[in-house]
Design a protein around this ligand. Structure first.
Ligand code: SF4
Length: 453
C-alpha cells in the first residue's frame, strides 16, 4: 500500500509545502521522496528521487557521477558540533567568540556564499553592512571576468527551458560539461525531445570549441580546436564574416581560418543557437575581453537568426550569490561597505587581491571550498588572520578557523532557494531532518549579538 506523506514539509511562514509526491512503501520501512533538487552544480536538477530507510540513505536516483558521492558524504557526515580553536563548543559560545573577533576588526572580509541559499546570502549582506565589511562571492575566482563583460556589453539570454525546447545548435566553448555538469546535455541541450525538435538529439547539432579534446568533444558532432588564447581572434574572424554576409559584399576580402568559416557556417544556418561558455575562455589571458567579444558576436547573430549565450556556472548557488548581492547593493561581487554605502571594484575589493595586499584583518567564510583557488600569497595571509568559517558537516574547512560553525545543507537538511545557472530560482526542500542550524540562522545570531552590543 502506498501512503502519501508530507515528510520534511514543515510549514514556512504559515504556508504549507506545495510539493507532495513523497511515499511510504508500506511494510518495507522505506520512504521515497521525489523531486529533490541537487545543489551540487549550477544545473540544479530538480528531479532526483531519494529512498531512505529511517535516517539512512538507501538510494538516490537521478544523481550523476558528481552528485552521488556528494549525497553519500552529506548523509554520512557525523560532525555536528561547532568548534572554538578546535575545541567543541555550543552555538552560543561559538557566536560569542566570533563576535569578539568581528568586533575588533576594522577591515573584515565576508567571502563565499555559493553553497548557501537566498536566506543565508541576504543575512550575510546584512551582516556585512553592519560591520562595514567587504563582501565577495566565489564569482571573483570563477566567472568574474564574464560578469564584467556582461556589464560592458550586455547579453542575449534565455532560460534553459527555452534551450531545451528550441535549440537546434548548441556550442560548448571552453567547457567540458560531461565532467563539470554531467546532466546538462541530457536535461537541457542535447537529448530532450520537444515540439520544435521532435527527433531530440538527431535534430540538434552539438559543437565543442576547446584547446584539446574533452569528454564532451567525443560526443559532439563538430569539434573545433583552437590554440590556447586564440579564442579572441577566432571570434573576431567570425564577426567579420557576419558583417561581410550582412553587407552582401560577396566573398570575404580577408583570409580567415577554416575554423572561423566552419563556425560561421554553423551559426548562420541554425534556427536557434545556444552558446554555453566556461572558464576556458573567462579565465584565459584576455579574460573579460574575450567574453565581451563573444557576447557581441552572439547579439549580432540575432540579425540573421536567434542566438543566446550563457555561462556554465559551477557551484550550486553561485548565480544566487551574485543575484542576491545585486538586489541588495546593486553590484554582483567584490563590494565594499566600509563607507556605509556600496562601492564596487573588482581587483580592489576582490577577496584574493585584498588578502594579497594585507588589507583584511578578519575573515568570515560562508563555505570555504573555493579558497583553494586563491593565490599562494592570499592563502598564506589567511593563516595569520582570525578566521570564522561556516561549513556543512561533510566538509573539511580549507583553512583552520578560530571559530567553526557546522551548518545544515540546503536541499538536504533544510529548505532553501537556489539559482540555476540561467538565474531561474529553484526551490530546494529537505529530505533528511537534522539538528544543525542553517547559515542564515547563525549569521542572524551574529547580527543580533552585534545589534545588542
Ligand atoms: S548535473 Fe549537477 S545538479 Fe544535476 S545531478 Fe549532476 S551535480 Fe547535481
Amino acid at each position: 500500500m502506498i501512503v502519501a506523506t508530507r515528510f520534511g514539509a514543515k510549514e514556512r511562514d504559515g504556508m504549507p509545502d506545495e510539493v507532495g509526491d513523497d511515499k511510504n512503501l508500506g511494510g518495507s520501512g522505506l520512504q521515497v521522496i521525489e523531486d529533490i533538487t541537487c545543489p551540487v552544480c549550477g544545473c540544479l536538477c530538480d528531479d532526483l528521487r531519494v529512498t531512505l530507510q529511517g535516517q539512512q540513505l538507501q538510494a538516490i536516483e537521478g544523481a550523476c557521477s558528481l552528485a552521488k558521492p556528494w549525497y553519500e558524504a552529506v548523509c554520512r557526515a557525523s560532525a555536528t558540533t561547532h568548534e572554538v580553536t578546535g575545541i567543541p563548543a555550543s552555538l552560543d559560545e561559538a557566536v560569542g567568540k566570533a563576535i569578539a573577533l568581528l568586533r575588533k576588526s576594522r577591515a573584515p572580509l565576508i567571502y563565499g556564499l555559493s553553497r548557501s541559499s537566498t536566506d543565508g546570502q541576504r543575512k550575510a549582506i546584512e551582516l556585512a553592512e553592519m560591520l562595514g565589511a567587504t563582501i565577495d562571492t566565489t564569482a571573483s575566482v570563477c566567472h568574474g571576468p564574464s560578469i564584467m563583460a556582461i556589464q560592458q556589453v550586455g547579453e542575449s539570454t534565455s532560460s534553459l527551458g527555452e534551450v531545451r525546447q528550441r535549440s537546434d545548435l548548441v556550442v560548448y566553448w571552453g567547457c567540458d560539461p560531461v565532467r563539470s555538469h554531467p546532466r546538462h546535455l541530457e536535461r537541457y541541450s542535447a537529448e530532450p525531445l520537444s515540439e520544435f525538435l521532435p527527433g531530440g538529439r538527431a535534430d540538434r547539432t552539438i559543437v565543442v570549441i576547446d584547446t584539446q579534446e574533452t569528454e564532451t568533444s567525443q560526443l559532439a558532432d563538430v569539434f573545433l580546436r583552437v590554440s590556447p588564447d586564440r579564442d579572441y581572434e577566432l571570434i573576431c574572424e567570425v564577426r567579420s564574416l557576419l558583417l561581410s554576409f550582412r553587407l552582401g559584399d560577396g566573398p570575404h576580402p580577408m583570409p580567415v581560418s577554416p575554423e572561423a568559416e566552419r563556425l560561421f557556417q554553423l551559426l548562420s544556418t541554425c534556427r536557434y543557437g545556444a552558446v554555453f561558455f566556461g572558464l576556458g575562455i573567462a579565465q584565459g589571458r584576455l579574460g573579460h575581453q574575450t567574453v565581451a567579444v563573444l557576447l557581441r558576436l552572439v547579439a549580432e547573430m540575432n540579425a540573421i537568426t536567434r542566438m543566446i549565450a550563457r555561462r556554465m556556472r559551477i557551484p550550486g548557488d553561485v548565480a544566487g550569490a551574485d543575484s542576491v548581492l545585486c538586489w541588495q547593493t546593486g553590484f554582483p561581487f567584490a563590494v565594499n561597505l566600509g563607507r556605509g554605502y556600496p562601492r564596487y571594484n573588482p581587483g580592489e575589493f576582490s577577496a584574493n587581491e585584498l588578502l594579497e595586499r594585507g588589507e583584511v584583518d578578519c575573515c568570515l567564510f560562508v563555505g570555504s571550498e573555493s579558497i583553494s583557488e586563491f593565490s599562494t600569497a592570499a592563502r598564506a595571509a589567511i593563516c595569520h588572520l582570525p578566521v570564522v568559517t561556516l561549513e556543512s558537516a561533510h566538509v573539511l574547512p580549507e583553512v583552520r578557523p578560530d571559530v567553526l560553525f557546522r551548518t545544515a545543507v540546503y536541499g538536504v537538511h533544510c529548505r532553501g532557494t537556489g539559482y540555476r545557472m540561467d538565474e531561474i530560482p529553484i526551490s530546494m526542500r529537505p529530505f533528511l531532518p537534522g539538528n544543525l542550524p542553517t547559515d542564515a540562522v547563525v549569521i542572524e545570531k551574529l547580527a543580533e549579538r552585534l545589534r545588542d552590543s
